[in-house]
Design a protein around this ligand. Structure first.
Ligand SMILES: NC(=O)c1ccc[n+]([C@@H]2O[C@H](COP(=O)([O-])OP(=O)(O)OC[C@H]3O[C@@H](n4cnc5c(N)ncnc54)[C@H](OP(=O)(O)O)[C@@H]3O)[C@@H](O)[C@H]2O)c1
Length: 347
């Protein structure tokens, strides 16, 4: 018997801490069994696209996929979604091959997301798992780029894993910054300030998080100081580049961020290679970095690769797309919650 679950019925039952732990377990399984994971696959026709994230986590007894559809356009050099259907998790029992659950909708992890905004809620959870591996444990000041959906969630996710006391947020519009500060003060007991100059969000920050929809760098490596950690979430695909008529792949960080990083972490390397992500592929093509020096989440989580080696290192987590294994970790958590709380329809 499988469960059909409407993600709205999970409201108030999913803690951010449990979600981070579930995604961490998913990527740990990926590190132990990389052949049971594959990069997301995206097909596109003009501005329509479908994305499938497959993955399996044998230790959690879950395997399957996460699927989503969007219409999208580009305005003012940035990507905008014109439509995004509800996401769907399809979760099997990896050991018996029986269907465990179909979960409709991204997970309601954050209290401020309205129903129509509830997509991509998992992204900041993946970012938290990687950031937690590299950022110094005493990070108190967060420099945040972006004031949109992902920026809100990343603010909360980053302050869940580190003792953040102060946030300096930059986006291009002063109106958006003011709105973000006023809104997020209702959800976080932190000092949150908007800054007019993008460099001011980096100067004095311990942890820097880029959560923008830009196509051109928002963060420059010249601004960085020893000991800082950077997490960046913008990626691109060849299809996006073609549809947007971009001369180059999307970037959120410049080459100097990559050059100055003592350590670079990604979710899985293959994702950036197949999709030709600009933030890594362009500096690698120029010899600034090399794939052999870039480590994966699963490798660090399973002890096959080292994390930060000293407090003075500059570290970079290029969060290069949520993966099926992370979604399946969350699906396993949701199955447990649904079974314990009588949620879902048996099918
Ligand atoms: N890695 C992953 O797994 C993953 C998954 C899902 C989504 N994403 C990415 O997440 C990104 C953000 O999505 P979203 O839903 O949060 O978009 P959103 O709600 O449209 O917000 C985008 C924000 O970026 C800001 N921005 C744009 N250019 C900027 C710049 N140069 N400097 C600082 N801020 C800038 C915008 O503010 P202003 O207009 O005020 O500048 C806006 O606040 C997208 O690029 C998407 O591709 C990544």
């Amino acid at each position: 018997m499988a469960l059909l679950i409407d993600s709205r019925d999970l409201s108030g039952l999913l803690s951010i801490e449990d979600a981070i732990d579930a995604v961490r377990k998913g990527f740990t399984d990926q590190g132990n069994a990389p052949s049971f994971s594959a990069p997301k696959t995206r097909i596109q026709y003009e501005d329509r696209r479908i994305t499938v994230h497959p993955g399996g986590c044998p230790s959690l007894e879950v395997s399957g996929m996460f699927i989503h559809a969007e219409r999208f356009t580009f305005n003012d050099d940035a990507q905008q979604y014109n439509g995004a259907g509800r996401r769907v998790y399809v979760a099997y029992n990896s050991e018996t091959a029986e269907l465990r659950a179909i979960i409709v909708g991204s997970l309601p992890i954050f209290p401020f997301d309205r129903f129509e905004e509830t997509f991509g809620t998992e992204t900041s959870i993946t970012s938290a798992v990687g950031t937690d591996l590299l950022a110094r444990s005493d990070c108190k000041v967060l420099g945040l780029y972006g004031t949109g959906l992902q920026a809100r969630r990343h603010l909360v996710a980053m302050s869940t894993i580190r003792p953040i006391e102060k946030v300096m947020v930059y986006s291009r519009s002063e109106k958006n910054r003011k709105k973000f500060v006023a809104e997020m003060k209702n959800y976080c007991d932190l000092e949150i300030c908007g800054v007019d100059d993008p460099q001011d969000a980096t100067t004095g920050a311990d942890l820097i998080c880029c959560a923008t929809n830009t196509n051109v760098p928002a963060l420059y490596g010249d601004w960085l100081s020893p000991g800082q950690h950077v997490t960046s979430i913008v990626n691109s695909t060849k299809g996006v580049k073609e549809q947007a008529g971009l001369a180059k792949a999307r970037r959120e960080i410049d080459d100097e961020v990559v050059r100055r990083a003592d350590m670079i972490l990604v979710n899985i390397r293959e994702q950036s290679i197949v999709e030709e992500h600009g933030d890594l592929c362009e500096p690698i093509e120029q010899g600034i970095a090399s794939w052999k020096d870039i480590v994966e989440l699963g490798e660090v989580l399973t002890g096959k690769a080292e994390g930060r080696a000293s407090k003075d290192q500059i570290t970079l987590f290029k969060q290069n797309s949520d993966q099926g294994v992370g979604f399946m970790g969350l699906a396993g958590l949701v199955c447990d919650i649904a079974e314990n709380n009588g949620i879902g329809i048996e099918i």
